[in-house]
Design a protein around this ligand. Structure first.
Ligand code: ASP
Length: 371
């Protein structure tokens, strides 16, 4: 499959934009709408947004940006982008092939928000559907509800025509689960305290042994975008925390935690330790900080500082008394300005008219979480 270079990419998106605009001009249907082009379109996402292509020609952020500049609805474009990552078996933190829960079952979480339409939808702990973000979008578009969970979410997806599969594990994710099981539970029983310690330590050991990418022990994709008209949307989708207790729901499908969008102000989404984000509802907090005039970066840093202040349990602190986990926010305001911030150094992805880029986030703390 041909790889798009930057020049091709800009040309393709420009052509797509002209194609989308053409029918109205050619056939003269309705009055000509002159839209003030005050906003530079942009797509901002977690680092995996510019990494996985599922065998296709483009990453999530490239695909979403090309669709946005081609005239697609912003949320449709973002969902098409994250679907690439959900379907790619190589990303073990999202959708198909995501690391399973403690019983070896892949349970997925997602939510999305449409700024201009002021609609939101989410699914949590859904099994058997590879693309939960699309189900979340249908919850927003076709129901009066904002969040469906577990069996109910699956039944809804089935009714909407989604294929329900028995098992979303890939050989890779199943083998990693077997390895985790073998290491944590060699005799099927440990005293509860030791078992809890072994649970956490074994996961980190699998990361240290190079079996799991450190970015994907926790891992998720959040993707936010804005078009020329300033229309803002966002989506977050994940397989959640590896080896979680069955039924555990993280921050990703919760409005205000894994994602929040206010069409007039901005969008924020998250990856990393979901419990820390759930406790502080950071995406909502970040959007509210921007409402008060903060820049995307300052709003994100304020949320990280609040998380740090609220992290006092010893088991969550490293030797320096700082949080021992990663937490990242991807932020886009209604002017198209963006930032990626994180508890410790990390990366995020962006696509603008300059093409796709992977950039360093602004860290709150130096070093690594476990130092
Ligand atoms: N935030 C997700 C969760 O806690 C996981 C992640 O982003 O790494 O479920």
């Amino acid at each position: 499959m041909k790889k798009l270079n930057r020049r091709d990419f800009v040309r393709t998106t420009a052509v797509a934009g002209m194609a989308a605009a053409a029918p109205r001009r050619l056939f003269g249907q309705g009055p000509t709408v002159i839209t003030p082009k005050t906003v530079r379109p942009a797509v901002v996402a977690s680092a995996n947004g510019n990494q996985y292509k599922n065998g296709g020609p483009a990453t999530c952020v490239e695909t979403a940006f090309a669709m946005i500049t081609g005239g697609s609805d912003v949320l449709d474009a973002l969902i098409a982008g994250v679907s690439i990552v959900e379907l790619d078996p190589e990303d073990s933190s999202v959708g198909y092939g995501g690391l399973p829960n403690a019983e070896g079952v892949v349970q997925l979480d997602s939510c999305c928000m449409h700024g201009p339409k002021k609609r939101a939808g989410g699914v949590a702990a859904i099994e058997g559907v590879r693309t939960p973000a699309k189900v979340a979008q249908l919850v927003a578009d076709t129901t009066d509800h904002h969040l469906l969970v577990g069996r109910g979410a699956q039944d809804f997806a089935r009714a909407m025509g989604f294929k329900i599969e028995d098992d979303l594990n890939t050989e890779k994710s199943r083998n990693l689960w077997l390895e985790w099981k073998r290491r944590t539970d060699p005799e099927h029983y440990l005293d509860p305290k030791k078992r809890a310690e072994a649970w956490y330590e074994t996961g980190l050991q699998l990361v240290r042994d190079g079996l799991i990418d450190p970015e994907h022990y926790w891992g998720t994709i959040n993707c936010d975008g804005i078009n020329f008209k300033g229309e803002l949307c966002g989506v977050t989708t994940t397989s959640g925390l590896a080896w979680k207790i069955p039924g555990r729901v993280g921050d990703s499908p919760i409005l205000g935690a894994g994602l929040y969008v206010d069409g007039e102000i901005g969008a924020a989404g998250s990856t990393g330790r979901g419990e820390a984000n759930l406790y502080n509802l950071c995406s909502f907090f970040i959007v509210e900080e921007m409402r008060r005039g903060a820049s995307p970066k300052d709003a994100g840093m304020a949320a990280l500082k609040r998380v740090q202040r609220n992290t006092i349990e010893k088991r969550l602190l490293n030797g320096r008394g700082q949080p021992n986990f990663g937490l990242n926010f991807y932020i886009l305001n209604a002017k198209g300005e963006y930032a990626g911030v994180s508890m410790y150094g990390s990366t995020y992805s962006v696509c603008t008219e300059k093409g796709p880029q992977t950039l360093d986030t602004e860290p709150l703390l130096q070093g690594r979480p476990t130092d």
